[in-house]
Design a protein around this ligand. Structure first.
Ligand code: PLP
Length: 393
């Protein structure tokens, strides 16, 4: 690889940019995870994580990817052969469905067009039709990272309540936690799944489950065998800040720093900053004459924007041109939208001028890749940032 001066722009929707403060916090000797100092760190990161999930209940931290945390949610609460309701909102919802089926769960998978989120009316209708309560869990992806569509968790909960159905509610917040407002307790979520490398601004390697009392109760008698993923041993050890097996110690140093940063900025300000960056991005896309994949403005994601390229254009070619010329990585189209979209990540450790660099790189890339478009997207985004300057501080 030839040397490239200046910072690489990592504008994929996760892994996101790891702030220098977090990098420095991790650059320390690994400590004895059975020693007294460790217990303090453990208690601190567990307490801080609870704040971000919006829960007073247990939060479990695995040394894992998000996929591991998906698996942990299912194997701690359900039994082989159980029925679960899932929604095809995009690639990540599809992968979670496949994981569930590999475990012998029976998935009722509601078709989707990858341009909309979970439809609460559909949730209510499906649950009402399930009169004998065969469905044991409703599983949804909060922020579909493949499409840039954010589903409404509170209305899904309300639909479950309206149907009077006892299923558990499980929510994947892998790309939303720390970027979009989230309330595990208030929204009545039973298991919230997340991980480290997106809104939490850490490298990959930590998986999370936030667990309600109802989910914990289910875990005492459910039928799946598990050992590594078992909540009980985690919760028992976590009481004093320790873990049943070696945790990802240095990532926990990073987590402590990342949580400090989120609280210093203030979670409400963090979420408002994401909303503002996303709106500026959409104004640029609109000015270019291109289409945002998400079709419902109420479900626009503040984490990323998936941009449809015109017919006959390969979105991955555009990404390649931008990477070669401007050293910026944009997200590829996944699954059904491969080649049709590129994704602009505007999450995590990110500010106005990083956004302007990103959008300028896209606008120049559209020209270099001969994508039919209008100029002026960057101007529209700048105008919006000027108009709303100071709003988040
Ligand atoms: C990234 C992502 C995943 C997968 O996480 P891994 O760490 O790659 O296992 C799952 N769901 C969503 C919504 C994601 O954005």
């Amino acid at each position: 690889m030839e040397f490239r001066s200046g910072r690489h722009f990592l504008q994929i929707p996760g892994p996101s940019n790891v702030p220098d403060r977090v990098l420095r916090a991790m650059d320390k000797p690994t400590m004895d995870h059975r020693g007294p100092e460790f217990g303090e760190l453990g208690l601190e990161v567990l307490a801080g994580s609870k704040k971000v999930f919006g829960t007073e209940g247990d939060v479990i931290i695995f040394p894992s990817s998000g996929t591991g945390a998906w698996e942990a949610a299912l194997v701690n609460t359900l039994s082989p052969g159980d029925k679960v309701l899932m929604f095809e909102t995009g690639q990540f919802a599809t992968l979670w469905q496949e994981l569930a089926e590999k475990h012998g769960l029976v998935v009722e998978f509601v078709d989707g067009d990858w341009r909309h989120g979970v439809d609460a009316n559909e949730v209510e209708a499906r649950l009402k039709a399930d009169a004998d309560h065969a469905i044991k869990a409703v599983c949804m992806v909060h922020n579909e990272t493949s499409t840039g569509v954010a589903s409404n968790v509170a209305t899904t909960r309300a639909a479950m309540d309206a149907a009077g159905h006892p299923a558990l509610l499980m929510v994947d917040t892998i790309s939303s936690l720390g970027s979009l407002a989230y309330q595990h307790d208030d929204w009545g979520v039973d298991v919230t799944v997340s991980c480290s490398q997106k809104g939490l601004m850490l490298p990959p390697g930590l998986g999370f489950n936030a667990v309600s009392a109802k989910a914990l109760e289910a875990s005492k008698s459910n039928g799946f065998t598990r050992s590594y993923w078992d909540w009980q041993a985690m919760i028992a050890n976590n009481a004093s800040g320790f873990f049943p097996y070696t945790p990802a110690t240095n990532l926990l140093y990073g987590l402590k720093e990342a949580l400090d940063m989120l609280f210093e900025e203030g979670l409400a300000n963090v979420f408002a900053r994401h909303d503002r960056m996303a709106e500026a991005t959409r104004r640029a896309v609109q000015a270019w004459g291109l289409e945002v994949l998400c079709q419902n403005p109420d479900e626009y994601s503040s984490v990323l924007t998936a941009v449809l390229v015109p017919d006959g254009v390969d979105a991955d070619h555009v990404r390649g041109v931008i990477l070669d010329n401007f050293d910026m990585s944009l997200g590829t189209g996944l699954g059904k939208v491969k080649g049709k979209v590129f994704r602009i990540g505007h999450l995590g450790d990110f500010n106005e001028l990083m956004l302007m660099g990103t959008l300028a790189g896209v606008e120049m890339g559209l020209s270099l890749a001969d994508v039919p478009h209008q100029k002026g997207g960057v101007d529209k985004a700048m105008a919006y940032l000027v108009e709303t300057a100071g709003a988040g501080s």
